[in-house]
Design a binder for this molecule. Structure first.
Ligand code: NAD
Length: 496
């Protein structure tokens, strides 16, 4: 046997071998080198993890912990992430191919997720309701739900897991996480740090493995109070139908095909940079990728020239190298999918202005794909309608605000949108009319744990981030206490 690192499941505060005895290998997409193997989870492992989470949820060490103390634990976890930031950033870059400089940026803000919810932990409370009967005391309480299942994708494992873990713990739940089979290591390390921070064993559990096996078993587990999922719309739909009959809540953060709209009055050099950032950062492997650009006909040529020129000079290579601007796609099927879409686009009549080819990243041997710009495209083509999740941009001209609102909203998705304009009134008009959960004006990809986000249409259900998301991780109880000692005269009339 080689000296490959082996990760077990993390259950009840300890490492647990998979019931099947089987493991899944994870590969560095820049070099195709096998990095480590992680436990291949099944229903037995999931049942163990949910039982550990349930036990921790009932344990007075967690149940009776004051909300202020819960906040202290979250703060400590944030601090530990900050102390381990460089290691975590490197682990994640090796695992999914995202640029180290982007991962360093993500890790610099990741502690804020825990610090934000640390501050919120002792501000979760119900209300006193002054009903008409002064002798009846009515109050509400916000209670934790129980065991929360969190299922996450490979493109930003730590950040997307933290969007769920921090508020779920803040509200007093315990959690079982099923990370992507392509990127398990950093999430396992995060669970280890949670134990080190002082969260009781079983508060944070991780079962690794395939979606159809470990993921499906988690979704189907009867003792789960909620599923919080980030991933594709197809898997989200499967999860929604599996949980519907059990009436448990689900938060679903799904796919996108976001428009990035450049008006004639925009600062064109900045807009071009925003378009490049929207689609070529992270090699287009972000849910919020601005993959459809609509440029006003008066600036279409200039914008296209700037974007294409920058796309041609993007430095492709080793994501660990600080100078690299575009890393690999995360795994082989992902590159095949991207290449397949570009071929499909060509077949549909699209013209490839730049890119359109797979590369090995200058001899690294990994799954790279050139930044690609497509023109002569329209809203009926599959390359414009479907999420590609790669560095492929479709650029289209428009003539009026009315027309571009119609084109931008003509999609099944509604995750995000970008608007580039120097007109204040137009900025507000567009923000109101775009059918997307997040609208950026003169910027793109801005995000904060403080700011709630929600996918519209098939991009999702429920809210993540901000104070709003606490509603998703609590249930509301209404308590009525009769303070009167008078005899009940009429059992057929209720007090109110
Ligand atoms: P995916 O849906 O294939 O997998 C996501 C997770 O679900 C993985 O952990 C996977 O193992 C698991 N899974 C797969 N089948 C399952 C099943 N039947 N039951 C339970 N779990 C199952 O998505 P992906 O390819 O990992 O991620 C890319 C997708 O995620 C893109 O569509 C992207 O837009 C979306 N995404 C959305 C957001 C957002 O916030 N809206 C953020 C990042 C990524």
């Amino acid at each position: 046997m080689s000296e490959l690192t082996t990760w077990q499941h993390f259950i009840g505060g300890t490492w647990v071998e998979p019931a099947s005895g089987q493991y899944v290998e994870s590969t560095n997409p820049a070099t195709r080198e096998v990095l480590y193997r992680a436990a291949r989870g099944n229903a037995t492992d999931v049942a163990r993890a949910v039982a550990a989470a349930r036990e921790a949820f009932e344990d007075p060490r967690w149940r009776d912990l004051s909300q202020t103390r819960r906040g202290h634990l979250l703060r400590r976890l944030g601090d530990l992430i900050a102390e381990n930031a460089e290691d975590l950033a490197r682990m994640e870059t090796r695992d999914n191919g995202k640029l180290l400089r982007e991962m360093r940026g993500q890790l610099a803000t990741l502690p804020e997720y825990y610090h934000y919810y640390a501050g919120l932990a002792d501000k979760i409370h119900g209300d006193f309701i002054p009903t008409s009967d002064r002798q009846v005391l009515n109050y509400t309480a916000r209670e934790p739900l129980g065991v929360v299942g969190a299922i996450t994708p490979w493109n930003s494992p730590l950040t997307l897991t933290s969007s769920k873990l921090a508020p779920a713990l803040c509200a007093g739940n315990t959690v079982v996480i099923k990370p992507s089979e392509y990127t398990s290591a950093t999430v396992l390390r995060l669970a280890e740090l949670a134990l080190e921070a002082g969260f009781p064993p079983g508060a944070v559990n991780v079962v690794t493995g395939f979606g159809a096996e470990a993921g499906q078993a988690l979704v189907d587990h009867r003792d789960l109070a909620k599923i919080s999922f980030t991933g594709s719309t197809a898997t989200g739909a499967r999860i929604a139908s599996a949980t519907a009959g059990r009436f448990i809540g689900s938060t679903l953060e799904l796919g996108g095909k976001s428009p990035n709209i450049v008006f004639g009055d925009a600062n064109i050099p900045n807009a071009a940079m925003g378009v490049v950032a929207g689609i070529f950062a992270a090699a287009g492997q972000t849910c919020i990728a601005g993959s459809r650009v609509f440029a006003h006909r008066s600036v279409y040529d200039e914008l296209l020239e700037r974007v294409t020129e920058r796309a041609r000079t993007i430095r492709i290579g080793d994501p660990l190298d600080e100078k690299t601007e575009l890393g690999p796609l995360a795994f082989e099927d992902q590159r095949e999918k991207v290449a397949g879409y570009v071929d499909l686009g060509r077949g549909e009549g699209a013209r490839v202005l730049t890119g359109g080819r797979a590369t090995d990243g200058g001899g690294l041997g990994g799954w790279f794909y050139e930044p690609t710009v497509l023109v002569d495209v329209h809203n009926d083509m599959r390359v414009v309608r479907e999420e590609i999740f790669g560095p492929v941009l479709a650029v289209m001209p428009f003539d009026s605000e009315e027309e571009v609102v119609r084109l931008a909203n003509d999609t099944e998705y509604g995750l995000a949108a970008g608007v580039w304009t120097t007109s204040l009134s137009r900025a507000h008009r567009m923000a109101a009319r775009l059918d997307a959960g997040t609208v950026w004006v003169n910027t793109y990809r801005a995000m904060s744990p403080m700011s709630p986000r929600q996918g519209f249409k098939t991009s999702g259900v429920g809210v993540e981030h901000g104070t709003e998301t606490i509603r998703e991780y609590t249930r509301l109880k209404s308590v009525w206490i009769n303070t009167s000692e008078e005899p009940v005269a009429d059992p057929f009339t209720m007090r109110s």
